[in-house]
Design a protein. Sequence first.
Length: 311
Amino acid sequence: MTTPRVSLIIPTQRRLDGLATAARSTFLQTGVDPATLELVVVDNDQVPSAEALTRTLAAEAPFPVVYVHEARPGVANARNAAMAKARGDFIAFLDDDEEAPAGWLAALLAVQARYDADVVFGPVRGRAPAGVVKHRAYLEWFFSRVGDGPAEGLIDHYYGCGDSLLRRASLPDAKAPFSAIRNHIGGEDDLLFGGMQAAGARFAWAPAAWVWEDPVPNRLTLDYTIARAFAYGQGPTSHCAAQTPPDRVGMARWMVIGVLQAGVFGLLAGLQGLVSSPRFAFTLDRAARGLGKTLWWGPFKIHFYGLRAPT
């Protein structure tokens, strides 16, 4: 039986320290034959700012390292550019603010084999620097993926692309599966996995395949996370709107849920803010997600990805 090849993909944009940490964590993977691996670094900066670092990393790596420069802004563009160069039967995604323990990839592959899964997801553990005190518990929770807890097995839902393993043969397009309509708002992975689920794909949860996530300092604020929570809330309604034809019943249902969620948790967050409750940020987050379900179209879309550097 031929051992499948695995392409490790790290998309990056002007995060050299994070890229170095993420890439070097892939070099230390155990329980996997390095001869079956490659790392694809896709640089989504206007200029090839990660090229020199990637050459340095390639000299250290126990397997081939491929550099891809995708100057067109957008997270879907970046992922697709990497997919076009990747040669693996399986694709493992790691973000440039994540660090994988030594057994991470082996755990993903083991669960994939046990359950014949098309996509496998693992937990993410948010890690804030020691100097972050205010709202620390919330911020670490926000950047975590608790998922389905300690129980391994098939699941009937999906998560984001960071810390995931995809079977290439199961993708609707082997080289460009991510939709460009999500380039600037994110959720390109939700759109892909939602379509795969509708087509009967099998998803699995691998609790042993966890990674650290180290958010950049300017994201460790309520200004960032609450705006991001609002954008996350837009996901289910936007997904219904993007179907062909649009799922108008689903859109209406999510918008009603959003109004109720925003109202109840918005009021509760206001009361908790008055008494400086440690739950304030968590409740405000839920209110923002509700508001996003309701205000999901055109002028309310928030662009987190593919933005060009200030000039």
